[in-house]
Design a protein around this ligand. Sequence first.
Ligand code: 173
Length: 322
Amino acid sequence: MRKLAALTALTIIATTGVAAAQEVTLRAVTSFAEKTTYSRGFERFIERVNEAGKGSIRINYIGGPKAMPPFEVGNALKNGVVEIANVTGAFYTNLMPEADAWKLRQMTMAELRKNGGFDYMAGIYAQKMNAIFLANLVGDNPFHLYLNKKITSPDLTGLKLRITPVYRDFFQAMGATVVQTAPGEVYTALERGVVDGYGWPITGIFDLGWHEKTKYRVDPGFYTAEVSVLINKASWEKLTPQQKAILQKAAEEGEKEAIADFAKANAEDTERQSKAGIEALSFDAAGSKRYLDQAYEAGWAGITRQSAEHGPKLRGFFAKSN
Ligand code: 173
């Protein structure tokens, strides 16, 4: 009897011991300011994981650019300094130039997951980023050029513009001078007149007050923004199938939801920009076509210049017509 009691006690200790050891906590950062447009989807993802994962998996949200500079997030994820990241490809082109090609996709994420484009990219993430790509939390969401000087044709000669790698090849092809900054430096650059404009998607310019320093938006928009949840490969491989499923379900829901969420946000922010007095500049039909053709031409040329191996293959998966 004493023996049985001892055995039972041991079993309880062993069982609870194992249960405690299985609860995993993952450190997460976002490369956009907390609670702003491009962090919101990630914050919802974290809530979902922490709700569904109680006692099994928990994401410890460390924060945004105050905790880590946006252009360092990719490296921190690769090295396992952080285990989960919300980040766009343009912020880690130093490690994986191909990641910037997401902006050129003319297929939905669902189509890319079917046509092999997603798996092809996933292979590069595993190899160059030591990462698993979980989901893109942005739907269709075009970039624009915002200006404080008027233009009447797609000629940016004499203009100095704030960029990230997203816009570099395109704006330079139109004659602009460019300067790369993190989003956190855009307001001051505009305020001081260091730049005549900046690249940014249609949504989010109100988050950090840039509308106060913006006169014009150039239409049409070009490309589509991507901000994705990545997980360090070694951290992923340590998870149980059940823990992986919790992450995958939250990621899948976020990627699907993003389509309607961004369609709505695109319309709302376009309206809000107009109400804030930001004037839309556009070209004649031939000018618009030239603008868009040049955007994609310069974009793909840039990717292929940096990755002769993968650029043309990615174009085959991502482009509607070459
Ligand atoms: O302009 C940027 O900082 C940028 O590259 C980007 C990418 C995705 C979403 C928002 C901004």
